[in-house]
Design a protein around this ligand. Structure first.
Ligand code: SIN
Length: 280
């Protein structure tokens, strides 16, 4: 089949219809899907009905699926699928409701080698609400004034799982897990390994401090860059349909979940992440 990508968000995001991810794809289609993702940053493949293992296998189109590290939320039939659900609770913490990803973030930046891409499969989507929002971090970088680009060139930021700056509750992890996740340093501006384009690399939920700056100056800079990046002109808001598989590139986007759907409605997503490289 020849992949046709329709526009979803104007400046970013596209949709593919009529593709069955449960069947093997030919090489030309794999190339087209990968290129569409590089061009559009967020790709929605509509109308899927996938069991866990075929879903995981289909995501090999885009990269190497990684094992999940949160046992309580890992799918019982597939180590590479994390379940994100309206029923999520902070089981190791206060037991309260947990909305994973409710603040702007890019996945995995608290790791030395963050995942490159994330896939989310809408297994159960609410009748209204529960959208996922994205921002285009290439565009946010491109539009910065020249003096800001010069000021931030070469700066590095400490990221950590439980950042003191985080905007939302994160799941409590065991002391063992925390010991495996020491703070890491990433560039504030990263160069995409495949497109060669520069993007702001922010994660308001995980960034702790700009290296070498006093706390107040670091906070002011990170707050200003975040406020710039999340302006509506850089955003795409995905309204879920049942069976959507959404794929996004964490190297040049941020995203956030919305838990604004009616009480009693279910939202269940199966999440896969694929291997990335050290940000440069
Ligand atoms: C995530 O942040 O990975 C999940 C986003 C969503 O549930 O919409």
């Amino acid at each position: 089949m020849t992949i046709a990508v329709s526009d979803l968000g104007g400046h970013m995001a596209g949709a593919v219809e009529g593709l069955d991810l449960g069947r093997p794809q030919d090489e030309a289609d794999v190339r087209a899907l990968r290129q569409a993702l590089l061009d559009r940053l967020v790709l929605c493949i509509r109308g899927q009905a996938l069991e866990p293992l075929p879903y995981r296998d289909a995501m090999r189109i885009f990269g190497k699926p990684m094992k999940q590290i949160t046992p309580a939320a890992t799918h019982p039939d597939c180590d590479e699928i994390l379940i994100l659900s309206s029923e999520d609770r902070d089981t190791l913490g206060d037991g309260g409701k947990l909305v994973v990803g409710a603040a702007w973030h890019t996945d995995d930046s608290y790791k030395a080698v963050p995942c490159a891409l994330t896939m989310l499969y809408g297994v159960a989507v609410p009748s209204t609400g529960g959208d996922t929002q994205f921002v285009n971090m290439y565009a946010a970088y491109d539009d910065l004034p020249a003096d800001t680009k010069a000021r931030i060139a070469g700066l590095r930021v400490i990221h950590q799982y439980d950042s003191s700056r985080k905007g939302n509750k994160v799941a409590k992890r065991t002391a063992e897990d925390m010991a495996r996740m020491p703070p890491v340093s990433h560039p504030l501006v990263r160069t995409h390994p495949e497109t060669g384009r520069k993007a702001l690399y922010l994660n308001p939920n995980r960034m702790e401090l700009v290296e070498g700056l006093p706390r107040a100056e670091s906070d002011a800079l990170l707050d200003a860059l975040t406020a710039h990046a999340i302006q509506p002109k850089y955003q795409y808001r995905h309204k879920w349909r049942q069976g959507d598989v959404l794929v996004w590139d964490n190297r040049c986007t941020m995203h956030k979940a919305n838990a604004d759907y009616p009480d009693g409605e279910r939202r269940r997503m199966h999440r896969v992440i694929v291997q990335g490289t050290v940000p440069v």
